[in-house]
Unconditional design. Sequence first.
Length: 394
Amino acid sequence: MALAARDIRIEAPIPGKSLIGIEVPNRQIATVSFRDVVESSPDNQGHLLQVPLGKDVNGKVITADLTKMPHLLIAGSTGSGKSVAINGIITSILLNAKPSQVKLMLIDPKKVELGVYNGIPHLLSPVVSEPKKAARALQKVVTEMENRYELFAKYGQRKISTYNEFAVKNNQENEVKLQPMPYIVVVVDELADLMMTVSNDVEAAIIRLAQMGRAAGIHMILATQRPSVDVITGLIKANVPSRMAFAVSSGIDSRTIIDTNGAEKLLGRGDMLFLPIDSNTPIRIQGAFIPDKDVSKVVDFVTQQASAEYDEAMMVTDEEVKEEEQENSDDDLFNDALDFVVEQQKASTSLLQRHFRIGYNRAARLIDDLEQRGYVGPQDGSRPRQVYKQKTNQ
């Protein structure tokens, strides 16, 4: 009470000491500049995916290596600093690595956060913003992972680093050349949008990548502003061990992200609790701030060095999405039911029963098929389900 502080956080005990810590935040939040942490961070020669996050309470620069994470979950309320943190991580990778060493797959359902990176040579495909294309893009990354494991098995290697060393040695000694593999970093800037529309496909792909991606050199960064259990499911949490919690509204949200209270006491504007894979207690960090104009300057510099060369196998075309949409359901009425709910812009089992004069079971199966394919939303109490496909104006 006497301190008159906004929010205090108690750490009991302080790791490695027989003391209890009471964190009292400063009245004004100090800005930690991205340039400052980049220049102060230790030399990361050979660590292509080591990125500076910010400074801890003692002013020490905290860095994280994506190859050790191996996947990162970022969550926090609107305006808490998630997108700035993602920009900092991507910009660090652009400064550290050549396009032949690290490739990026950027998925941005919000359409405004990651569009600035379109055209950089590190991209596997243009920034993906449509949910259906995003699900397909993730499946293509899963296919790439499986192809890499087949190559590892063929040449007796266990992970990407040893395979690349083997490829360099082989190319010096043999005429048959092997192509070294780049690391792939998949960034999803709003997981909640994807989980609302194409949850089954997205969750399955994320879990496959999380379980097996590390050895193949594939790492994920998943961000959401809605840290609820229907977005961050138990399976996703179990397979994404490193977490970054920004300011949230309640202790329940904090526990969903980092399994402990504390994030509800954060101040916003880059104040975060970082829980790495090798730690049981989160580290409080003031995240590095990088303005949009600096991101644009880095992107301009990188694109001047080389233009984007997209991988045809990783690009999702409109034709592919249409083909998937036109796949027939087991039920002959599926296409008619789809046209009807799009026309009505609402969907429910009883609506299909009355219109098509069919039984409850068949109508319920049709609704389940529509939801599974991402045309309608999940059940919301007694209200009709939301329809995601819009009417086309004739």
